[in-house]
Design a protein. Structure first.
Length: 264
């Protein structure tokens, strides 16, 4: 089974959701014209890391972003792995999560996953609360999962998803340029050790505190880099053959060779 993906490697207007909605709409429409199945966005694409202003610019219950995706997905017949947005609780304003919304081509919400591991180096723990749910979902009939940026530094979290049969891992990020070597190495490792596709979308550009490194990437289940962007704004397109996951898992059957009597 093949899947055509488009990764929107974009710059994000700091603290300007309205400008970012316009830009993403144009990009999704452009990607859909190329006949893709799934469009993937970066992390916190509505607000960027303007965390001290979240009271003014966060999305209440993710409602605006969900409606936005639902309309665009349906009109353009694409599935959307919607990066993540600052998602504020209606009841408790102090509760803001970094939430991925996944919407299918019928405009239905398939998944809501909130970043489980908050990244202190960018002050997330001061402004955000962590999620407590897993990232599993099925999209285009494929067992998948979605994780957010720093989450990929926790191989046990990714492995837990692979044990749940995940074949495609979507990663959305605002990963800084100085550690872009870690980004590539971690994503390739997660693909090899879990024998899955990794489809990872990072942003480019800069905010007042960080410069972001791009290098959005599609990695195959054998660890091969199938497509990779540079450091400029672009839409990265790739067709993947999901059946390769079964072939790799048959060739080196790590899941049946695991010693669950020694470790979990
Ligand atoms: O782990 C890293 O180096 C980057 C993580 C990050 O930027 C994030 O989670 O937002």
């Amino acid at each position: 089974m093949t899947l055509n993906v488009a990764l929107l490697q974009m710059d994000i207007e700091y603290g300007n959701p309205w400008g970012n909605y316009e830009k993403v709409k144009t990009n999704i429409e452009q990607a859909a014209k190329s006949g893709v199945d799934v469009v993937v966005l970066p992390e916190l694409w509505t607000t960027g890391y303007d965390l001290s202003r979240l009271d003014d610019i966060a999305d209440i219950e993710g409602g605006e972003s969900l409606n936005f995706f639902a309309e665009l997905a349906k009109a353009n017949q694409v599935h959307v792995v919607g990066g993540s947005v600052a998602n504020q609780s209606r009841e408790q304003a102090a509760e803001v999560k970094n939430t991925m919304l996944v919407v299918n081509a019928s405009g239905e919400k398939v998944k809501e996953y909130s970043k489980a591991h908050l990244f202190r180096l960018m002050d997330e723990e001061k402004y955000l609360v962590e999620g407590n749910d897993n990232g599993w979902f099925t999209l285009a009939g494929i067992p998948s999962a979605g994780l957010i940026c720093y989450d990929i530094r926790f191989p046990e979290w990714v492995r837990m998803h692979a044990l749940g049969e995940m074949k495609v891992l979507y990663v959305v990020a605002e990963w800084p340029k100085p550690r872009i070597d870690h980004w590539r190495a971690l994503l390739i490792s997660r693909a090899i050790e879990n024998q899955c596709f990794v489809i990872a979308c990072n942003r480019v550009g800069a905010d007042p505190n960080n410069t972001f490194g791009g290098h959005s990437i599609v990695v195959g289940p054998w660890g091969e880099v199938l497509a990779e962007a540079g450091e400029d704004e672009t839409i990265l397109y790739k067709e993947i053959d999901v059946d390769q996951v079964d072939n790799v898992r048959k060739t080196i059957p790590i899941f049946s060779d695991r010693r669950s009597d020694l470790y979990r």
